[in-house]
Design a protein around this ligand. Structure first.
Ligand SMILES: Cc1cc2nc3c(=O)[nH]c(=O)nc-3n(C[C@H](O)[C@H](O)[C@H](O)COP(=O)(O)OP(=O)(O)OC[C@H]3O[C@@H](n4cnc5c(N)ncnc54)[C@H](O)[C@@H]3O)c2cc1C
Length: 457
């Protein structure tokens, strides 16, 4: 049977308009927020697990590639249908099925936008902490499939720490449930975790039961300047060694601050060559007493020009500055290659020395900011998009950066995943036996390689 007839046949097994073949819909499902694009042959917009199961059973039988798509806000081309076939979008599976503070759980469909889960939790005094910067746009299914993280993960952990159970449709259409709504569960292997971070290669997540925690009563923040990045990084150590566990420890370097001064006006940006945002949360009285303690510890460790804030609105003013860093870099007119590398925290000072040298040696700016508390720094290589020479140079810079990161015991991605963007560096990120194990797991669950083919495995 030719390909169009196959899709018409599939279409007849599903409710009307579930399978789309028009060019506009295909084009809208070709890429994410990274460069790569590839047109699918069909887009599937199921509304239920049953429909996902029908699609996968049909695809497996007919050897059709299926690439799951959440909100398409990925940064590594993960949902790009690299081998064509079906782009299976979860956009219409977007309901919060249960919000249950008594059990401390929410049950959600995969297409729910992450922020709306936290908003719904907040309405009943509860909290869903994992907060990728994209959380107002990305889906919970995508967050689970990439094990997304954000600033608050320093204190609260990343997405995997909040997934208690899942419903998954396997490559052959089988529907399985892992875990459940219990906060502890040691029945069999930890299969829930196997699917977290699996980037759409092992199955389609059709429902998740996620852990909620009581919402902290308030938060407090300090915005601090430092003379050097090394001083700021050392202060991060001093804060944690001093027995404080902030809810966020966000660092930005001089290049980022300069871009922000240009974009927002120098009066809006603190002085100094490095910037640290420290946030704590908890009961009012605890935050009120801890904040001055932290301030004096930070001053002793070289921090100056310190602004302090307590309460949602005041803290948001400080966060607004942090939130503008990415936009400030974009406003330079250069193209930002955002690498979400991670190093063991003790290597932060060396990392900043290394990125300064990388910049000097290659004459291409490198801007660093990010989650210093867990060693997850966004290293942004700022290239002139039009110049081929710069693209070649930036690839060489990435080779050097990633090799060094691995040498330090770090990881080439802490948040975004491997997808297509980091595929060239997968062989240095995972040794041969680990790569073999990935292949074995993949072929046990998806022997015909129909799920998200063309990616890193
Ligand atoms: C401006 C911006 C800021 C960002 N900030 C952060 C950040 O701070 N932290 C962070 O971690 N990431 C960040 N990201 C990356 C991105 O938002 C996350 O990777 C997010 O989890 C992607 O979710 P999505 O719904 O858009 O997934 P998509 O991009 O649609 O898909 C991502 C991957 O998940 C798979 N997938 C999606 N849904 C399912 C499902 N139901 N079942 C199985 N597989 C599925 C896809 O096949 C693909 O491999 C950022 C991206 C942008 C553009």
């Amino acid at each position: 049977m030719d390909t169009p007839s196959l899709y018409h046949k599939l279409s007849r097994l599903l409710p009307k308009a579930t399978i789309r073949l028009d060019t506009k819909t295909l084009e809208a499902h070709a890429g994410d927020k990274w460069f790569a694009r590839h047109l699918p042959e069909a887009v599937a917009l199921p509304r239920s697990t049953k429909e996902v199961s029908i699609i996968l059973a049909f695809a497996q039988k007919n050897n059709i590639p299926v690439t799951t798509r959440g909100a398409g806000y990925g940064y590594v081309g993960g949902c790009v249908p690299a081998k064509g076939g079906i782009s299976l979008s979860t956009a219409r599976m977007n309901e919060i099925l249960d919000m249950n503070p008594r059990d401390g759980v929410a049950v959600v469909q995969p297409g729910v936008i992450t922020k709306s889960i936290d908003d719904a939790a907040a309405a009943v005094g509860w909290y869903y902490p994992p907060d990728p910067a994209s959380y107002a746009d990305s889906s919970i299914g995508g967050n689970i499939a990439t094990n997304a993280g954000g600033p608050h993960c320093l204190k609260y952990g990343v997405t995997k720490h909040y997934v208690l159970g899942m419903e998954i449709v396997l490559a052959d259409g089988t529907i399985v449930r892992t875990g459940g709504r219990c906060h502890k569960n040691k029945s069999g292997f930890s299969l829930t975790e196997l699917f977290v971070g699996s980037e759409g290669l092992l199955g389609v997540i059709t429902e998740a039961t996620i852990r909620l925690i009581p919402r902290p009563q308030t938060r407090g923040a300090l915005a601090v300047s430092f003379k050097t990045m090394s001083a700021a990084a050392n202060c991060v150590d001093a804060i944690l060694n001093g027995g404080h566990l902030p809810s966020a420890l966000e660092l930005a370097d001089e290049w980022t601050l300069r871009a922000a001064r240009k974009y927002l006006g120098s009066d809006k940006i603190p002085k100094g060559h490095a910037f640290l945002l420290v946030e704590i949360d908890g009961r009012h009285s605890a935050v009120k007493s801890e904040l001055p303690e932290l301030q004096s510890l930070i001053q002793k460790n070289g921090g100056f020009d310190i602004r302090s804030a307590i309460g949602e609105a005041n803290c948001d003013n400080i966060w607004n500055l942090r939130r503008q860093f990415s936009q400030s870099l974009k406003a330079t007119g250069l193209h930002k290659l955002n690498e979400d590398i991670v190093v063991p925290r003790s290597k932060l000072v060396e990392l900043f020395k290394f990125t300064s040298k990388l910049q000097r040696d290659n004459g291409i700016p490198v801007a660093c900011f990010g989650h210093a508390g867990d060693g997850n720094i966004h290293v942004n290589i700022m290239i002139d998009d039009k110049s081929r020479i710069e693209r070649k140079k930036s690839d060489q810079m990435l080779d050097l950066l990633f090799t060094q990161i691995i040498h330090w015991g770090g990881a080439i991605t802490g948040e975004h995943g491997i997808g297509l963007a980091k595929k060239p560096w997968w062989p240095i990120a995972a040794n041969p036996s680990l790569r073999k194990l990935h292949k074995q797991v993949k072929s046990a669950l998806d022997p015909k390689d129909i799920l998200n083919p063309g990616k890193f495995i």
